[in-house]
Design a protein around this ligand. Sequence first.
Ligand SMILES: Cc1cc2nc3c(=O)[nH]c(=O)nc-3n(C[C@H](O)[C@H](O)[C@H](O)COP(=O)(O)OP(=O)(O)OC[C@H]3O[C@@H](n4cnc5c(N)ncnc54)[C@H](O)[C@@H]3O)c2cc1C
Length: 455
Amino acid sequence: MAAAQANAADVVVVGAGFAGLTTARELVAKGRSVIVLEARDRVGGRVLVQPIGDGQVVDVGGQWTGPGQDRILALAKAVGVESFPTYGAESQHVEYRSGELVTYSGPMPDTDPALLTEFVGAIQRLDEMAAEITTESPWTAPHAREWDAQTFQSWMDANLTSDGSKAFMRTVIEAVYAVEPHDLSLLYMLFYARAGGGILNLMGTEGGAQQDRFDGGAQLVALRVAEELGERVRLSAPVRRISQDTNGVRVEGDGFSYQGQRAIVTVPPALAGRIEYRPAMPALRDQLTQRTPMGSVIKVNAVYDEPFWRAEGMSGRAVSDTGPVKFTFDNSPRGGAPGVLVGFIEGGDARRYSSATEAERRQAVLGCFERYFGPRAAKPREYIERDWSAEEYSRGGYGAVFPAGTLVSCGAALREPVDRIHWAGTETATAFIGYMDGAVRSGERAAAEVLALLN
Ligand SMILES: Cc1cc2nc3c(=O)[nH]c(=O)nc-3n(C[C@H](O)[C@H](O)[C@H](O)COP(=O)(O)OP(=O)(O)OC[C@H]3O[C@@H](n4cnc5c(N)ncnc54)[C@H](O)[C@@H]3O)c2cc1C
């Protein structure tokens, strides 16, 4: 009988996002037997594409990659998925601020030099502070306690003087972390930024984290890896309970039970906390899972017959102080047809708009698009939205965030195995935490950790 049909394997992996698929791929490459249990009826987790006609798709989850994100790029290359640059490097972008629309070129709006000077100065100070942090153990940084005791909002209030730069910094935090500045600790903000090559890198398009997209969408990479793994991946198999003793682990759900020597749980901490463990998790690990909520994001795509903004010299990028959509990009396929604008509703706006009707959201979203790109933007041929907080097996995005006090008190439990149970997932990464690249890295690290013990 093929190993794929067995109900026992060396390692049972929970979750078939990038972390779970990578860890399984690495283990299989080293000759180990693996079973991957995925709750959804598809692989990819927080990456997902939706068809938009003529064989084209649009990303409704994670999509961009950029310099330094070498592990996701290597994985994509290994399975034959190419990337291409985000449209608009040479075009004009839109800034909507205090009720006025202006255009600009280059990496950041420069219409208010005083605001820009204060903002860039603040970013430099934050980068200097972040330089103290080692991403393996941010909780040991010299100022860890002081920085973890305050929210990023407190830091902004104490260090930024103008309302304009505070508003712009808030928009940046919403865009990069999908939460409000009061939702995350200063230490976590710095740790995440450092792991991602600095806040300017995370904000940036050309030369930054939004530089490139995958042909066929980011989920294609996951689908190809899953194809390689074949029947080792079991879909529609939500794990409810993991038991362990000195002999091994038992991973169970409704109507199934698998045994292994080790388990690797690759779901974000908040979801890992919903699984029952026997014996129960140690106190610190459980406290961690109680204190690490997911960010809030609704991603919207509007599809047009053509990217009409391009003909007007526009990139499709907007940054705005007025929501619910405060950031947009051109999300058309590589060939430029059809035209697609993507926008994000984040943080508090996402939580508010989660309970609106789809018609209300659509009206508010298209109102923003029209404000940034004119009346044609109000009439897409298709409107696509995905509220990641409403997804049973994600419960938010882009990733988990650490509120004040959590990283110092519970951070040490993030990657620490509990006997035969190991942890992966982008939240456990030490580079590009929260990103697809971090997920891949975490899968590689967890596989190496387990291989050393199996050997
Ligand atoms: C809207 C949005 C936009 C984003 N944009 C970007 C971007 O542009 N670039 C970027 O790099 N990153 C982006 N991200 C983040 C990126 O998608 C994630 O960091 C990455 O995909 C996480 O991978 P993972 O394997 O760690 O976790 P996940 O993808 O969450 O995988 C976990 C898997 O476990 C499954 N699961 C959950 N509970 C159970 C259970 N009990 N039993 C079995 N299976 C379970 C889930 O269904 C899921 O498939 C974005 C995320 C979102 C939501």
